[in-house]
Ligand binder design. Structure first.
Ligand code: PMP
Length: 383
């Protein structure tokens, strides 16, 4: 059958993907096929997914609201707890308003397609997340991709698109596969000069970077320079769901036009409660965030000391660039043999020839865990 031929061809190119069931997942450790492994692949950066106060908040809301909302947000799927979370997110992100979506992917789809369409232009970094690329394609606007963090190319694209009706300049703040930050002040200034709307995806930075974990735009003192900020509830916040922050007019536009908000069931009360509890914890306690920064630095230094190319990583996301899919798979298999879980990252997640292992450090790791990883990679280098 044709599908099987396609799968076989993926296999032959080392590009086939498959699911692996995790049997236990606690702290920085998980168990797969009966084998305990040290996990370097989680976005639960602060360990809040299992924090006792988060779990307790979910238990309480389950008793009162049950498991599901039973309706889309515009029908009867908006409860007071959705409203409270949206107010808390807007206050945290220092914007007028916020809107919660069932996932960060859907938040990106919703905001881009609500703002632009045919006759408009989107100017976007080459390494933006797949959800932003999909959003751009779905919108019908013309897409202009500039080289990664290449300000001169971004400026040229803004000039070339001067005659378009509306333009969006879109970037991740912290790039999910390279672990580096976008040049935020420079990008915002270019967009402002050109009169383009700015969208910043802070999925990997919220909770980790900036004062109180407000994200990279807060770190760069850029809170008011980005028109739209997208975040997720599913990484540092340890829950599930996504959100968009901005002006009240933006949020009202999304409620009226964002199809990935309108035509889907409202986010489960359990996700809402978990995210709200996690948001409070993030603001109360900076210790896990600081601990994470220290551990990430320790890992980057260890890997660079071994001579690995960690690209321009400056964050808790630390890749090692390996090139071919085969090499990345061999490295991942070696690590698994050494008790470490960190899958190979291959196209289409990244560009061809840029296969890598992407390590994500969490506050639940210890220096000893990082030593175990660095030692395993040192042995692989020598093998
Ligand atoms: N944006 C970025 C930069 C991401 O890395 C991700 C998730 N990998 C998303 C958006 C989507 O978020 P979610 O998992 O909540 O759908």
């Amino acid at each position: 059958m044709e599908l099987q031929t396609e799968l076989d061809s993926l296999d032959a190119q080392h590009m086939r993907r498959s699911l692996r069931s995790v049997e236990q997942n606690e702290g920085a450790r998980l168990q797969v096929q009966g084998k305990p492994l040290l996990n370097f692949s989680s976005n639960n950066y602060l360990g809040l997914a299992r924090h006792p106060q988060v779990v307790d908040a979910v238990r309480q809301v389950l008793d009162h609201w049950g498991a599901g909302t039973g309706s889309s947000r515009l029908i009867s799927g908006t409860s007071v707890i959705h409203h409270d979370l949206e107010q808390a997110l807007a206050a945290f992100m220092e914007t007028e308003a916020a809107l919660v979506f069932p996932s960060g992917y859907m938040a990106n789809l919703g905001v881009v397609t609500a703002l632009v369409g045919e006759g408009d232009a989107i100017i976007m970094d080459r390494l933006c997340h797949a959800s932003l690329i999909d959003a751009a394609r779905l919108s019908g606007a013309r897409l202009f991709i500039y080289g990664h963090a290449d300000l001169a190319e971004a400026e040229r694209a803004l000039k070339r698109t001067a005659s378009y009706r509306r333009r969006l300049l879109v970037s991740d703040s912290l790039f999910s596969m390279d672990g580096d930050f976008a040049p935020l002040p420079e990008l915002a200034a270019l967009a402002q000069q050109a009169g383009a709307i700015t969208i910043l995806d802070e999925a990997h930075a919220i909770g980790i970077w900036g004062e109180h974990g407000r994200g990279a735009r807060a770190m760069a003192d850029q809170t008011s320079d980005w028109d739209v900020v997208v975040g997720t509830l599913s990484k540092a916040l340890g829950s599930q769901g996504g959100f968009v922050c901005g002006s009240q007019a933006l949020i009202d536009t999304l409620i009226n036009k964002a199809r990935s908000f309108i035509y889907t069931t409202g986010l489960s009360p359990t996700c809402v409660a978990a995210a709200h509890a996690a948001l409070s914890l993030i603001q109360e306690d900076s210790v896990p965030r600081k601990r994470l920064h220290g551990l990430a630095h320790y890992l980057r230094e260890g890997l660079r000391g071994l001579g690995f190319d960690t690209l321009d990583s400056e964050s808790q996301i630390v890749p090692i660039l390996l090139g071919s899919a085969e090499k990345a798979l061999t490295c991942a298999a070696h690590l698994e043999g050494a008790g470490i879980y960190a899958p190979a990252i291959r196209p289409p997640t990244i560009h061809a020839g840029e296969c890598r292992i992407r390590f994500s450090v969490t506050a639940e790791h210890t220096e000893k865990d990082i030593d175990q990883l660095v030692n395993a990679l040192s042995r692989w280098r020598k093998s």
